[in-house]
Design a binder for this molecule. Structure first.
Ligand code: GDP
Ligand code: FE
Ligand code: FE
Ligand code: FE
Length: 195
């Protein structure tokens, strides 16, 4: 993997090495998959493929940071205290952007926002936000009932891909009686509702 532009004083090799050392092999493979799928979705939606590939690659940079460290950062950096009522599933995107800025030294706001929104989505979504959100769901390593349909829908129309994914996520959260993060709920109402 090599990134022509890193949006950071770090080289491509340094970014890749840090990413690799921050997660296990399985998660690293997932990040490569999301990077490749982000590139494809960018090409289909007139977005910079190299920038999308980089954002997709680092989207789960903080996925395996310890919960104790997340709690520390939420408190010290004055993130919304309501985040403390959730867990790493929600933290690794919203708070994960802090680690990306600090450790990968990427400050590009478009990239950081796409990382923040990659799990919950949001009412406002840029093209890059949608690309990373959807690529995370349909990358080649994903295997769940409905993934083929999700790929078909997303490659045909990015917004429909966002809606399909949010409907699937809400379905999963409700079935398993999980707490719904307000942004996930608002995003569902914005992107998934048909009327
Ligand atoms: P991953 O990091 O590649 O595994 O994928 P994501 O970052 O998209 O999602 C991580 C987890 O967060 C998934 O299991 C989602 O179901 C879960 N998730 C997404 N939205 C919510 C929410 O509103 N509440 C809760 N509790 N979990 C959520
Ligand atoms: Fe994630
Ligand atoms: Fe996701
Ligand atoms: Fe992911």
């Amino acid at each position: 993997i090599n990134f022509v532009k890193t949006y950071s004083p770090l080289t491509s090799d340094e970014i890749v090495a840090k990413e690799k050392s921050n997660m296990d092999e399985k998660r690293f493979k997932h990040c490569i998959g999301v990077s490749e799928t982000s590139r494809k979705l960018a090409e289909l939606n007139n977005y910079d493929p190299d920038k999308a590939a980089l954002a997709g690659f680092i989207h789960d940079y903080a996925k395996q940071v310890s919960p104790a460290r997340f709690i520390e950062v939420i408190k010290e950096q004055h993130f919304d205290p309501d985040l403390l009522n959730y867990n790493r599933a929600i933290w690794h995107g919203i708070v994960g952007s802090y680690f990306i800025e600090k450790e990968l030294k990427i400050t590009d706001p478009e990239i950081l926002t796409a990382i923040k929104r990659h799990t919950t989505a949001d009412v406002e979504m840029t093209t890059l936000d949608k690309i990373v959100f959807v690529a995370d769901f349909i990358e080649p390593g994903r295997d769940f009932p409905g993934v083929e349909e999700a790929r078909k829908v997303a490659f045909a129309n990015l917004d429909d891909g966002v809606g399909f994914e949010l409907a699937h996520t809400l379905d999963f959260l409700i079935t398993n009686r999980k707490k719904i993060y307000p942004k996930t709920f608002a995003a569902y109402n914005k992107w998934a509702v048909k009327d």
